[in-house]
Write a protein that binds this ligand. Structure first.
Ligand SMILES: NC(=O)c1ccc[n+]([C@@H]2O[C@H](COP(=O)([O-])OP(=O)(O)OC[C@H]3O[C@@H](n4cnc5c(N)ncnc54)[C@H](OP(=O)(O)O)[C@@H]3O)[C@@H](O)[C@H]2O)c1
Length: 293
């Protein structure tokens, strides 16, 4: 059990999912540099994950913090439950949970739980992990939930009959819908957590040069590799996450959307409370999370 008092970000415990690459890696590095205790959640051991962990560890040593790694496959509910248990056991507090991991699958694939993968990783995983860690977050209040969404939610809508590509799957609509769903759930968390000292906010990191679209077809990859030259670096993409996770002026601020390092209006559909409560129920049924707390 790691017990530390907190001053600023020093020794605040920050969990970052998807820390093996891209924006998550840069976010973990940035928080480590501020002296936070960073828990870098990675899907599996890989050369990419090793390299990310080395960089996070180096920044942590420079910042006087502490870096730890945990493995979890966020497409698997049993793996998410194990992760939550490991965090509960190892840390006596949890100040910041950054749900950053995400996928953008070009083809419909199913998880071991029988869910469509984009929906499982981008929506169900943050819902389940956050709910499982709520006790710890409340006990550590003031605490923050930070959800990495996308402006791909703009112009999207929730089709409850096609939440998991049951009728039709396209990479753009599945990804956009998953990010709009994350927006709805973030605002539902913010409403439910009023008065607890735990805030829930969401953000668009910008258009960032990462491996997110790694499974697009070769022709699309070739175009993307050129276009990516104009995208922001992961370090720049991580700035909004780090700001929302750590800025002292955001203490107590909840239910807000951030883009470009400042508060911004979220897509209008994100504020549909009846869709949010219906989606919450769907996620509860799929995870049976209220039974397991
Ligand atoms: N890049 C952009 O322009 C952009 C724009 C808007 C929003 N975003 C959002 O930013 C977030 C970070 O994405 P990124 O651009 O940095 O892409 P990325 O480099 O592909 O990072 C995604 C991270 O999520 C992890 N992940 C994916 N599936 C997982 C699973 N089943 N279990 C555990 N971890 C899993 C990946 O691990 P593995 O490498 O091991 O799979 C990786 O660490 C995502 O939520 C994305 O939707 C990105």
């Amino acid at each position: 059990m790691v017990r530390r008092p907190t001053v600023g970000m020093k020794q605040k415990v920050c969990v970052v999912t998807g820390a093996s690459s891209g924006i998550g890696e840069a976010t973990a590095e940035g928080l480590a540099g501020l002296g936070a205790t960073v828990v870098a959640v990675m899907r599996a051991q890989s050369p990419q994950a090793e390299s990310a962990m080395r960089k996070i560890g180096t920044r942590s040593a420079d910042g006087g913090g502490f870096a730890s790694r945990m493995y979890a496959d966020l497409s698997s509910q049993s793996s998410i439950r194990q992760l939550a248990q490991d965090i509960e056991k190892k840390f006596d507090r949890l100040d910041v949970l950054i749900n950053n991991a995400g996928v953008n699958r070009s083809k419909k694939t199913m998880t071991e739980d029988g869910l469509e993968s984009t929906f499982a990783v981008n929506v169900v995983a943050p819902f389940l992990l956050t709910n499982l860690l709520l006790g710890k977050l409340k006990a550590s209040a003031p605490a923050r939930i930070v959800n990495v969404s996308s402006n791909a939610a703009n112009g999207s809508s929730i089709d409850f009959d096609n939440l998991q590509g049951e009728r039709k799957y396209s990479v753009y609509s599945a990804y956009g819908q998953s990010k709009l769903a994350l927006n709805l759930l973030t605002l539902e968390f913010a409403r439910r957590l009023q008065g607890t000292g735990v805030t829930a906010n969401f953000l668009h990191p910008g258009v960032v040069r990462t491996r997110l679209a790694r499974d697009l077809n070769p022709a699309a990859q070739a175009i993307l590799s050129f276009v990516k030259l104009f995208f922001a670096s992961p370090e720049k993409g991580a700035r909004t996450s780090i700001y929302v996770a750590s800025a002292p002026e955001l203490e107590g601020v909840s239910g807000k959307y951030f883009s470009n390092g400042k508060e911004a209006p979220a897509p209008t559909e994100s504020y549909d409370e009846s869709a949010a409560s219906r989606l919450w129920q769907v996620c509860e049924q799929l995870t049976r999370v209220s039974d397991s707390k």
